[in-house]
Design a protein around this ligand. Structure first.
Ligand SMILES: [Zn+2]
Length: 198
């Protein structure tokens, strides 16, 4: 896992992905097993990051009720993180000390904190995350949160593509595992892309 004292600094950002009630709580509509254990662990990581001068950014899945992201409208998932609902809220125990980047707010599909797919044109469009990181002088990111094999993976892969040094501490994430082994495959895929996933 490396030296916790050197993982962070002003040029490294911590990105906390989708720590939302629908994913993290057993009663959530798209519960990721053991997600409820993560908030205290991630809060400790946020403390380490901020102590070393690292900014913290958060992503928040933020869907309209009708979106091609949901199975009823051609997508892959049950309804989740619908704008303004309890399920879409960040878990109450999570320390929120930085900017929140919402994704899917205009019906876009996708998983990454960096990019989403326009529902009408199919074009890949960026969120504001990359511009925020650039404005902060960030060259490296640490990606944690939910879920390891979906939005954490895709955020990490896009971060590599965008030129950041990427670390994914897997003890601060949990996989959905729609298919058994998806978590391990996600770790292998991120490592193959050049991320430090361990
Ligand atoms: Zn979603």
């Amino acid at each position: 896992m490396g030296d916790l004292m050197t993982r962070y600094g002003p040029a490294t950002a911590l990105i906390v992905v989708d720590m939302q009630n629908d994913f993290a709580l057993p009663e959530g509509s798209l519960y990721v097993r053991d997600g409820e254990s993560l908030a205290p662990l991630i809060n400790a990581e946020i403390e380490r990051a901020t102590t070393a001068g690292s900014p913290v950014f958060y992503t928040q899945d933020w869907h309209p009720a009708v979106t091609p992201h949901f199975a009823d409208f051609g997508g892959s998932w049950p309804p989740h993180c619908i704008q303004g609902t309890y399920g879409a809220g960040l878990v109450v125990d999570l320390d929120v000390v930085g900017q929140v980047v919402r994704k899917g707010a205009h019906g876009e599909d996708g998983y990454s904190g960096f990019t989403q797919r326009d529902a009408e044109t199919g074009a890949t469009v960026p969120t504001e995350l990359d511009a925020l990181l650039q404005a902060a002088g960030i060259t490296a990111v640490v990606v944690v949160g939910l879920a390891l094999d979906v939005c954490v993976k895709q955020t990490a892969l896009d971060a590599v593509t965008n030129g950041y040094a990427v670390t994914v501490p897997t003890d601060l994430s949990r996989p959905v595992e729609l298919s058994p082994g998806d978590g391990a495959r996600a770790v292998a895929e991120m490592a193959a892309a050049g991320a430090s996933a361990e």
